[in-house]
Structures are given as structure tokens and as C-alpha cells.
Design a protein around this ligand. Structure first.
Ligand code: 2AM
Ligand code: CA
Ligand code: CA
Ligand code: CA
Length: 273
């Protein structure tokens, strides 16, 4: 009997996670990609290699869209995505989500692995190696944390919500983000910026966060976590409330109950951007 897609995704996430855990509090060789907030370490690259090797050993005809693979090439993520879509199956890999946290020894980072079939995620794994928390989802089969079913939280209003966001990089994005914060943050119970998109999404699925939005994300930040949120009963759209697909960059995910309220605020904040 062959392994399932989920078995392979879990094996890859755990193997990569073991390396990340071992290196978490050691000094790292850090390289800047485009700026001082866009970092990569040897561990990001080795983690992606581990995942790539395991996936291709089991499924040699599948394509892989990995953050550090794209960074090492001379094509944009959109070009690589278009090319990889000639394959029925594409693995979308973030070998460390939360690299800045990893570099500083702030223990909030994860491995994110999704498998997309014809452009839609069907399997998603987010693994937090520091807490040994494995979040898994398969389309139509629910979401799980270490094998136990999970559900989104029950808050009905933003006033009782614990929300999260991320600060995108570059002057223009930070200005856009400040405008959305002015409009939204006073309405929340409280706001977090954990610094790892995929782990925020896993926390929504587990009912630990009510919602999360961020501008300027890439498919490897989102693909696995979005499936987790949907399978745990939550809602995912773009920040205007439009339908989600893997080309969406500005994303809102919630427990579903506060989604409309949040979309209205984001629309007002984005109207003049
Ligand atoms: P990363 O750690 O895999 O790079 C935090 O706001 C989120 O943004 C993280 O998921 C992080 O993923 C991503 N991120 C960090 N630096 C970034 C950059 N310079 N450009 C775009 N996304 C970034
Ligand atoms: Ca990065
Ligand atoms: Ca990421
Ligand atoms: Ca990364």
C-alpha cells in the first residue's frame, strides 16, 4: 500500500521540523534577500530540500512551488505558478514561515506544506516544531490538531474577538496597513502580530484566534492554512470580501461569524487606497 498525500506531507513536515527545532536557539548564518526584513538562513534552504526530496521520492511527476526555490530562480512567483499549473498536482511549500522569528529565537514559526490539485488545495499541513503541534486538513474531511478534530471559535462580534495581522514590508504597504489599523483595531478585543502567516491561520482553525488579515502574502504563506480554516468551519476571502483562490495576495480569514463585520471595515479603510 502506498502512502497517502497526507502521510507524505506529514513525514516531510516532521523531518524538516526536527531540523528547525534543533537549530532554533543556535546562531544562524543569515542572508538578506531584498531588504533587512527579508531574510533567509541555511536552515530555510535545507528545510525546503528535505521536503522536496521526500515529496519527489514518492511523487516524481508532481511540481513543487517553494519559497526558497522561487527566490533562487529568476522568475516571479506568478510565472512559476503558471508554469507549475501544467501539472495536475503542485506542492506549495514554505520551509520556515516566520523566518524573522526563527532568526531571533522568538519561538513562533512553522513549516507549511499544501498539495494543490488543478489549482485548489486538497491537503494541508502546518507543523509547529517547538510545541510539537501538527495541524492537518484534507478537503471535505475536517481539520485536526495532533489527530483530534478542531473547530473555529464562536465569537459573534469583533468586540469580543482576538484578531491578528501582519505588517507587510515597504513604505507603501505599511501606510496602507496603518490606515486599515486605524479603522479596525479599536473595534477588537485585542490584536496580535505573531509574525507567521500560516501559524495564524492554524490558530484560527483551532479556535485560538478569531481572525487574521494581511496584505501582500504569497501562495506558500496561505495554501495549507486556508484549507485548515475552511475545514474547521471558518471563512476565507480577499480583503474586499471577494472569493479566495491561490492567486489572492490580500487575505482575510475568520471564524465566519465576524466575517461580514470585518469586510465592511476593511472596505471602508481600503476605499481610498
Ligand atoms: P516568511 O517568514 O516565510 O518570510 C509575517 O507578516 C508574514 O510575512 C510571514 O508569514 C512571513 O513569511 C512573511 N514575510 C516576511 N518577510 C516578508 C517580505 N519581505 N515580503 C513578503 N512577505 C514577508
Ligand atoms: Ca521569507
Ligand atoms: Ca511565509
Ligand atoms: Ca518562509
Amino acid at each position: 500500500m502506498g502512502l497517502t498525500f497526507l502521510d507524505v506531507a506529514v513525514e516531510a513536515a516532521r523531518r524538516a521540523g526536527a531540523l528547525i527545532r534543533e537549530k532554533a536557539y543556535q546562531t544562524k548564518q543569515v542572508k538578506q534577500k531584498t531588504s533587512a526584513s527579508d531574510l533567509v538562513t541555511e536552515v530555510d534552504q535545507r528545510s525546503e530540500e528535505i521536503i522536496r526530496d521526500i515529496v519527489l521520492r514518492h511523487f516524481p511527476d508532481h511540481a513543487i512551488l517553494g519559497e526558497e526555490g522561487v527566490a533562487a530562480g529568476d522568475k516571479t512567483v506568478d510565472e512559476v505558478w503558471e508554469e507549475s499549473r501544467q501539472h495536475e498536482y503542485v506542492w506549495i511549500v514554505d520551509p520556515i514561515d516566520g523566518t524573522s522569528n526563527f532568526v531571533h529565537g522568538f519561538p513562533f514559526f512553522c513549516v507549511s506544506i499544501a498539495l494543490a490539485k488543478n489549482g485548489e488545495a486538497i491537503t494541508g499541513v502546518v507543523y509547529d516544531p517547538m510545541r510539537d503541534e501538527l495541524f492537518t486538513a484534507e478537503k471535505g474531511k475536517g481539520a485536526y490538531l495532533n489527530g483530534q478534530p478542531i473547530r473555529v471559535s464562536s465569537e459573534e462580534t469583533l468586540a469580543e474577538s482576538l484578531m491578528a495581522t501582519g505588517f507587510s514590508y515597504g513604505q507603501r504597504r505599511v501606510e496602507q496597513q496603518l490606515r486599515t489599523l486605524m479603522r479596525t483595531a479599536p473595534r477588537f478585543r485585542s490584536l496580535r502580530n505573531g509574525g507567521a502567516a500560516a501559524l495564524h491561520l492554524a490558530y484560527i482553525a483551532a479556535g485560538r484566534l478569531t481572525g487574521y488579515w494581511e496584505l501582500g502574502l504569497n501562495p506558500w504563506d496561505l495554501a495549507a492554512g486556508v484549507l485548515l480554516v475552511k475545514e474547521a468551519g471558518g471563512e476565507v476571502t480577499d480583503t474586499w470580501g471577494g472569493p479566495f483562490d491561490l492567486t489572492v495576495r490580500n487575505m482575510l480569514a475568520t471564524n465566519g461569524k465576524v466575517h461580514r463585520e470585518m469586510v465592511e471595515l476593511l472596505r471602508e479603510a481600503q476605499a481610498d487606497m
